[in-house]
Write a protein of this length. Sequence first.
Length: 571
Amino acid sequence: MKKERRNWILPEPLRAQPGLEAFSTVFRQVLHGRGLTTPAHLEPWLRLDLAGAPDPFLLKDMAVACELVKEAVDEGHRIAIYGDYDADGVTACASLARGLSAAGADVITYIPNRFSEGYGLNLEALRDLHSRGARLVIACDCGTNSVAVAEGRPAGMKLIVADHHEIGEQRPPVDALINPKQPDCSYPFDGLAACGVAYKLLVALERVAFPGRFDPAGSLDLIALGTVADVVPLLGENRALVRAGLQRLSREPSPGCAALLRIAGIAPPVTAEHLAFQLGPRINAAGRMEDAMLALDLLMAPSEQAAVPLAERLQQQNAERQQATATIVREARARVTELAQGEAAIVLGASHWPLGVLGLAASKLVEEFYRPTFIFNLDGDECRGSARSIEGFHLVECLRHCAPLLERYGGHAMAAGLTVARDRFADLAECLNSYASERLDGDAFRRPLVVEAVAALADLKPSLHQEIHTLAPFGVGNREPLLMSRDVEVLRSETFGSDGRHLRVQLRDRTASAEAIAFDKAPALDHLPGGRRIDIIYTLLCERWDGLDRIRLQLRDLRAVRELSPVTASR
């Protein structure tokens, strides 16, 4: 199986945009491609705040949930917050626990162990919480289809589910279900992460049950972290939540976040990229390598002094997580090259591959080979796996097709978890590959790179970077714009970094010169001799040196100069 080649999709020619003439031509190309062709279209993106967020009581069962929480607090009943072991579940759990504790509730927290308990609610944990006095449980990010066990919960235990996963045909046996994806829910935005749903519950509770006892905005740093780490679309209300959370992280982070920022070496301003690639992985490392309660303890630490030792432990676990992931990827890569060229999916497993990092390894293999990828731990009678997908291939639909072979499964279009009996693993691999082969052709295996504007090097100024970042925060559903420059000459190139993994290239075209960098691309050095002419795709970096803003390019792809016909991007 060969590594993927990328499909460059170029922008349409720019048309007239009345009212947007004050912006640069390059930025207007970006706006045009995103359908932001008038001031009225652009204004919601530029005036982004939570003041205009939808009423939380538009969420079905929100009023019921508020009544249950208020009743529990008024009667002195203990409330258990039951979270998931990923960053979304941990931040949702911490946010609710902090807010309800400030409101005077008797709160305990619980996060299942990934290795001994697995995903979702389990009866043993609910019975344990009941024995510890909990009479109300709020389950965050534990799945909506995965709570059927709740029917057997102890008598007298009320259950609220705050979730964002896909809904099955049957409503789960719970007292209140807050999920914007459920039928008959009038909430206008269904893209919230579980921590976003938890935030809406806090807003509603502060309004009608505990006015003035706590400030929901105090948890926005956690909400931003969980939202970005869970890779939900950064559109609509999610953009507003993340932007507000980034401001709080930059100015007044909670003690746990402050310690995490310090240990990661991040100085303000904090960006969505910091959350996606540095803070989020550290929070997730706890649940992947040992126990997510460490991450929860960090986020609920009362002071930065108390948080620092916890952040240091997370730092060590993150390093172990990176090493374990690299081992799986290295071993899987060697086996992928032996797979038949025609196979549409990657399905691999080994008994020694750690459960906690299977999804990370699958993501890296998708990045390298651009195939739907299913990675399993084969130790025991039941094999647990993680799946990651490519554009246009819905994992849950695929798993539904193969459901007769599965013990259980769940997830989203792009990421899923599944369990199969060991003696059915080979049949499952055949089923997954057959399903993928029927729905994916050769073009599907070429990752699309959607260029949003073509620019000369002279166009690349700090003012353009500032214009582009009015569309931030960037992430899934709102990618940082990719720019392209044609017929650029390589002046010189070199590797840099302590291990020489990165690439630095000096470039020029007919208008100006520029410096470009590419991370983990040192092997490309042999293809960039001085004098070679290339087309490049990149994003803009703006760095401050000696009081001056300086533009650099971060290369995403390059190829020898050739004519390319524009292709209309489908979004």
